[in-house]
Design a protein. Structure first.
Length: 122
């Protein structure tokens, strides 16, 4: 299984990468949405993408919309991982095409539970 982590914070990228590797994922990282699209296009296959909302150059919502606009990735599970916890933010992310929404701060168990909701059995 291969995960793409799109996150501008180096610390959060490291934490997510460590949790995902513990769950059996190979991980590719990107520093913003534009880099995330480049990484996604260059990968043989991504099984899931964890994406932050607030990033420079291209934010997470723009990334989700761009991915969903490409028919190739219609079924790719996308999980927002963000500090934006307002109900309107959750609705906007889901309407844009995100499959799950995880609020920071998070634990490894929370990531595992969200992945299980997406159909993964780590």
């Amino acid at each position: 299984m291969h995960a793409l982590v799109v996150e501008d914070s180096g610390t959060i990228r490291l934490i997510l990468t460590a949790y995902l590797k513990k769950l059996g994922f190979d991980v590719t990282v990107a520093v913003n949405g534009r880099d995330g699209l480049d990484q996604l296009h260059g990968m043989a296959k991504a099984d899931v993408v964890l994406v932050d909302w607030n990033m420079p150059e291209m934010d997470g919502i723009a990334f989700v919309r761009a991915v969903r606009a490409e028919g190739t990735y219609a079924e790719l599970p996308l999980m927002m991982v963000t500090t934006n916890s307002e109900r309107e933010n959750v609705s906007e992310a889901l309407e844009a095409g995100a499959n799950e929404y995880l609020m920071k701060p998070f634990t490894g168990d929370m990531i595992r539970e969200k992945l299980e909701l997406l159909g993964f059995k780590p």
